[in-house]
Structures are given as C-alpha cells and as structure tokens.
Design a protein around this ligand. Structure first.
Ligand code: MSP
Length: 497
C-alpha cells in the first residue's frame, strides 16, 4: 500500500501557489501509483490549532474555530479547483484527531519520554517554534513576531533519541530524500538533540494533555500526528497497519527538522515505526524570495488557473520546478513553457492528427502497425518516465514523456501525410501517431488528468486513461483502430504574454 501525504496547511492564511506545489506533486505521484495498480491512499488537510491561528482569528474579529472553518473551506476549494484526488482531508479540530493525539501522547508518556519542566525563553509565532536568543534579532528583522515567555511545559525527551535516530537513518538509507536533505537532518542529529516543549498552559486552543488538562499540546506534536490519525490510529481502523507501513511524506524544506528529527523520535517512543520515506523539496521563489503573508508576495492558484487553465498550471509546476532545489517562479517562464510544450508540441500533435484523419481517413482512426517506427522510442520513453516518477522526479518524467511527442511530430513532418493521397501509407503514419497520443494520454495523466481524458475521448477511446493499468497499457499497438477521431477546439490556445 502507498500512503502519500502533504503537510497540513495553517488556516491563518489563504492557499497560495507554494502550498499548491506540494499538493499537486503529491497528487501526481498518487495518480501514478494508482495507474501502476498500487493500492493508494492520499491525504492532505489543515493545521488548525496554535497561536498563529488564534491571532489571525483575533485580527479578523472571529473565534479560532470560525477562522479554522472559513479557511479550511478555502483549502478544500483550491484543491477541488486543481483536480486534487485526495482520499481524505484531515482537519486537526476533528474528534478523530483528538483521539489520536491523546493516544500518541499517552504512549510516549507511559514510555517515560514526556516530563514536566519550565520553559523560559523566546517563541516565534510565525514559525510556531521556540527560538534561541541568537535567532531573535534576525526574526525581528524579517518582521516575524517573537514573544518572551516563561511557563511550565511538558517536554519530549528528544535528547535520549540521538543514537536511535542515527541507527534508523543508517539502516534506512532512503528514509529522507534527496541526499542533501538527508545530510541536513543527520547534521541536526549529530549536533546533539535538546528536549523540546510539547505543551502550553497559556493558550487553550489545542488538544488537552490527557493526564493534565491544564495543558494543551504544542502545535507540532498535534500537527505531525495528523498522518497517524488519517491512517486510522486511535480509531480502531483495521487499515492502520497497512497504511502506515507505506507512509510517504512530501514536505517543504522549512519543516525538515520537525519531520525528519522530532517525528521519527516521537514514533519510536510510542512503539511505532517512522514513515517509510520523507521527500523534501525547495521553495518556489517569487522575485527571489519565499512567498509569505508579511511580504505580501503570495500568488493565488486561481489567478494562474484563469490564465493557463488547471492543467497548464499543474504542468508548469511539475515540469519547471525540479523537485529538490529552490526554483524561481515567473510568469514569463510559465508562458514560454506553456507555448512550447503544450500549445506547440502536444496541442499541435492532436490537432494535426485529428485534421489528417478527418481529411484522409474519413474521420476513422487507423490501427498502428505492430512494429511501427516509433515503438522503440515509446518503450524507452516509458522506462525513463516510470523511473522518474518512482524516484519523485516529475520534471524528469515529463521531460521524458515529451520526447515521445516530439518524435511523433517529427515523424509526421518527415512523412507529410497531409500531402499524400489516402491509402495504406497514410493510414500507417496516422495509426502510429494515434498510438503515440494514446500512450501520451496515459503517461501524462498524473500531471494533466483533464487534458488526457479529453485526448482519450477525441481519439475514440472509451473511459479515461486513469482507468488503465501499467505496464500493460503502454504495450505498443493497443490503439484499436476503426474508431472515430474527433476534431475539437485547440487544447491549449497560444498565449501572448
Ligand atoms: N502546518 C505546518 C505543517 C504541519 S505538517 C505536519 C506548516 N504549514 S504551512 O501552511 O506553513 O505550509 C508549509 C508547507 O507549504 C511547506 O512545507 C511547503 O510544503 C509548502 N510551501 C509553502 N511555501 C512554499 C513555497 N514558497 N514554495 C514551495 N512550497 C512552499 O508549515
């Protein structure tokens, strides 16, 4: 079983394209997994407790619960707009989550890893994290509010887990990917780990500590547990073990320490295994900077969809933002990529094929030849595409898939079927081109499900590419022929910037 998760997003703010990036990537990977026939469960959701949300509610003159309700809807709507295929949407204010958080807390407590202590120091509200005196001036320079506080807190005894974490990393070399992030996490662990605070008495917007209701859980212990809740931990859901064994988290680099250091230690303490994989990506930079509320440089997904369509936007994020490093996000870059790959390459291929089938083949698609000249390229492209999806490299996967489109366009240009008389030669060229369109509809489906379903029906196929299974579906020669091919409106009209 494959269990893919995104971070759960704070409800202090509206969804922006940075959130969309992680969510679309996880969606595409989950769709690829379903195409492979793997049992797949895909989770996203919202992080609703903590000071940050409470403050946003105060600014908006509403209760924290109202703030959470309003903004959770905005995330749900954004993901619907973007065709996100999540199987569950978790909100940390749900009763099932309270049950799971309390169960995990109790397990760690019973194991002796949670102790009472006094916290005296600074807290960054924006990061929902305790910070050192050295970090305060830098955070204040960035306009992030830092408060000083002293209160009785429960602490998780992270300091006991250094060796066990190092052992885990050693025996699971692909636990955290890519390697630079793995090394970053190892660096944190080797520096020596400090216990961290997991509860607060000064706020009440959170899950109560089961053995001491004067305290509520500090937001990261609460937030991380969402992955267990949705898998069925604490609610007696029989699927829990199977789901948890396949857990793969996708996260941004900003939350690496919590996921790659705190989280595995918490799980080990409770007698659970850490997740199978954590994939860490960089930021989309707008004008060279990370998007944030304070910088007011956030871009809403809906604005991009208005200009590029859902699939134009999805394709851009997956193709142009290699998973791993930071990458600049630019409107000009989006226009260039859209025109080159979508309007010209893919859009043109479909339009040309439909036009020639209409004029030379009576509107009926011919079958491909068993050993068509593009069969070998198609096999190579499939192998490269599959390997790239497997290793969480959507940009590489799409680059590989687009090679097949370019080869098919070149094949058409070399044969110029539009200049020939109808007959077996034209049919052979068109059968091969239709087979390429069928294969591309399958291979690009995780990135552009809507477009691929349109291609599928225009070339006369029943159902949708999401219904097929790999690898059988990409065997050369499965396009049946003898089915109607429909000309339609351009898939991707050219955009002038
Ligand atoms: N609520 C916590 C996560 C808890 S997970 C148990 C949180 N929320 S957040 O709303 O701030 O979202 C953080 C995540 O959004 C990042 O890890 C990343 O996945 C995504 N991104 C936010 N800004 C981004 C960019 N500019 N670029 C790419 N992804 C970004 O932290």
């Amino acid at each position: 079983m494959k269990y893919f998760t995104t971070p759960i997003y704070y409800v202090n703010d509206a969804p922006h394209i940075g959130h969309a990036y992680t969510t679309i990537t996880a969606d595409a990977v989950a769709r690829w997994s379903r195409l492979r026939g793997d049992k797949t469960f895909f989770l996203t959701g919202t992080d609703e407790h903590g000071l940050k949300v409470q403050r946003a509610a105060e600014e908006n003159g509403i209760t924290a619960q109202e703030q959470a309700d309003r903004f959770a809807v905005r995330f749900r709507e954004a993901w619907q707009l973007l065709d996100i295929s999540n199987d569950d949407f978790i909100r940390t204010t749900e009763p099932r989550h309270y049950t799971a958080v309390q169960k995990l807390l109790q397990a760690c407590y019973d194991n002796g890893d949670i102790e009472l202590g006094t916290y005296e120091g600074f807290y960054s509200v924006a990061d929902e994290a305790y910070v050192t005196a050295d970090e305060v001036s830098e955070l204040e320079r960035l306009g992030r509010s830092v408060i000083s506080m002293e209160e009785e807190n429960y602490f998780f005894k992270l300091s006991r887990y250094g060796d066990r974490l190092l052992e885990w990393y050693e025996s699971h070399p692909d636990f955290v990917q890519p390697d630079v992030r793995r090394n970053e996490a190892l660096g944190f662990i080797r520096q020596g780990l400090k216990d961290f605070s997991i509860s607060r008495t000064s706020i009440d917007w959170g899950v109560p500590i089961p053995w001491d209701s004067a305290h509520v859980t500090y937001v990261w212990f609460d937030a991380l547990t969402n992955y267990l809740t949705a898998a069925g931990y604490g609610t007696g859901d029989g699927q829990f073990a199977e789901r948890w064994a396949g857990a793969t988290h996708l996260i941004g680099k900003d939350i690496l320490r919590f996921h790659c250091v705190y989280w595995p230690a918490m799980l080990l303490s409770a007698g659970l295994e850490p997740p199978r994989h954590i994939y860490v990506h960089g930021f989309l930079l707008v004008g060279g900077e990370k998007m944030s509320k304070t910088r007011a440089n956030q871009i809403a997904p809906a604005d991009m969809v208005a200009d590029f369509g859902v699939d134009g936007f999805r394709y851009h994020l997956l193709r142009d933002q290699p998973f791993g490093p930071d990458a600049p996000f630019s409107y000009e870059g989006m226009v260039a990529r859209y025109n080159a790959d979508l309007a010209n390459n893919l859009g043109n291929l479909l339009a040309r094929v439909a036009a020639v089938v209409a004029s030379k083949c009576g509107g009926v698609g011919p079958a491909p030849a068993a050993d068509g000249p593009l069969a070998q390229v198609a096999a190579d492209v499939y192998a490269a595409t599959a390997e790239a999806w497997r290793s969480m490299a959507p940009s590489v996967a799409l680059e590989a898939t687009w090679r097949l489109i370019r080869e098919a366009n070149s094949h058409l240009e070399a044969n110029e079927p539009w200049k020939s008389d109808p007959g077996p030669e034209v049919d052979a060229v068109m059968g091969d081109a239709l087979e390429v369109l069928r294969l591309v509809a399958v291979l690009a489906d995780p990135a552009m499900p809507r477009t691929c379903a349109t291609i599928w029906s225009r070339i006369g196929l029943e159902g949708s590419p999401a219904d097929v299974r790999l690898p059988e579906a990409v065997e050369w020669g499965r396009y049946p022929g003898g089915v109607p091919v429909v000309k339609g409106a351009p898939l991707f009209p050219r955009i002038t910037a």
